[in-house]
Design a protein around this ligand. Structure first.
Ligand code: NAD
Ligand code: ZN
Length: 348
């Protein structure tokens, strides 16, 4: 049987709509009929074929995409705990199960991590095969088209819940999709005030809808004055860095109160950036580097937060497209007027 898919089939910028064989699930794997899949920032790198893309996509052709949801339609040999017809979200990180970290319960930092849509064919397709353990069953109460967003939301949950958040003043730096979700998670977890910054006003408006108490554009607003006014002159307790911009990180570090903590999820264009090391020490700050989602504790919390009804993800889905419209899909992202673009592959 054949299926449609969006793939990087040759080196260079752009993607191609291809016809591929529907994959067969091997032992321990399941075949998913993909219903919805959203575009992640890393897919944009793959489209552009920049240095990151060239070093991460080793084998072509490759069906890309990973933020996804769908229905289990076939079980490979030996699969337990799932059945045909289950609606599942998809964990993108595939852990080896036998390295030191996997053995001590930290598979999110597996030494042999594989990534769906990079090392294996991914989700911008009518069907995909994933390890059964990467399928996370979704209760009916969660809207089906929110489920692809649970993967990046898991990044936000992992970051915001890395330290104490209840009753704290929080600054979320960068309100892309993950920063905007971090705003909502911080509010749901009982933060006192959530202030969010971005240089994109379209995105700031969505961050406001996601529950930010105050949104600020550092290119226009006096962020320091507002933060100090809102925090009784102390500065924020927590900085959640979601921009990947070194200047934004430094702004956050300058606005944090002594003894505060910083959640670092944003990835910087270069590995070495300039930060005021002595301030970090003398302010007694705690810095958490965050990667991925705890497997599968973060998924359980993300599911519970959505089931609680405290978080509404619908403001994030700004565009809905078919697989064939992938060029338009990436173009709206390049124009900076999108939050999440959703492929409706087989919408229910
Ligand atoms: P994104 O690039 O869509 O959002 C980043 C936002 O930061 C943008 O809206 C941008 O306008 C804003 N920004 C840029 N400069 C700023 C400044 N000076 N002040 C305030 N805001 C500024 O990214 P995303 O998909 O929301 O992801 C957030 C970050 O997390 C990215 O850096 C991404 O690479 C990274 N990420 C890390 C992991 C991980 O496991 N560590 C996983 C996924 C994504
Ligand atoms: Zn491992």
């Amino acid at each position: 049987m054949k299926m449609k898919a969006v793939a990087k089939s040759k080196p260079g910028p752009g993607l191609q709509l291809i016809e591929a064989d529907v994959p067969k699930p091997g032992p321990g794997e399941v075949l998913i009929k993909v219903k919805y899949a959203s575009i992640c920032g890393s897919d944009v790198h793959l489209y552009k074929w920049d240095e990151f893309a060239q070093t991460s996509l080793r084998k072509l052709p490759r069906i890309i995409g990973h933020e996804s949801a769908g229905e289990v339609v076939e079980l490979g040999p030996g699969v337990k705990g799932l059945k045909v017809g289950d609606y599942v979200g998809v964990e993108t990180h595939i852990a080896c199960g036998h390295c030191y970290q996997c053995r001590i319960g930290k598979p999110h930092v597996c030494q042999n991590l594989e990534i769906l849509g990079f090392n294996r064919d991914g989700a911008f397709a009518e069907y995909m095969v994933i390890p059964a353990e990467n399928a996370w069953k979704i209760p009916d109460s969660i809207p089906k088209d929110w489920v692809p967003l649970m993967e990046p939301m898991g990044n936000a949950v992992h970051t915001v819940l890395a330290g104490d958040i209840t009753g704290k003043n929080v600054l979320v730096v960068g309100t892309g999709p993950i920063g905007a979700m971090a705003v909502a998670v911080a509010k749901a977890a009982g933060a006192r005030r959530v202030i969010a910054t971005d240089i994109n006003d379209f995105r700031l408006r969505i961050a406001k809808k996601m529950g930010a108490d105050i949104v600020l554009n550092p290119e226009i607003d006096d962020v320091r004055t507002v933060v100090m006014e809102e925090t009784g002159g102390n500065g924020v307790d927590v900085v959640i860095e979601m921009s990947g911009n070194p200047n934004a990180l430094n702004q956050g570090l300058s606005l944090i109160t002594n003894g505060g903590w910083v959640g670092l999820l944003g990835i910087y264009g270069k590995n070495r950036i300039d930060v005021p090391m002595n301030d970090i020490i003398m302010k007694n700050l705690t810095l958490y580097g965050i990667v991925g989602r705890k497997m599968y504790e973060t998924w359980a919390i993300t599911t519970a937060l959505l089931e609680s009804g405290k978080i509404d993800l619908s403001p994030l889905i700004t565009h809905r497209v078919k697989l064939e419209e992938y060029e338009e899909a990436f173009n709206v992202i390049f124009q900076g007027r999108a939050m999440k673009v959703m492929f409706e592959i087989d919408p229910s």
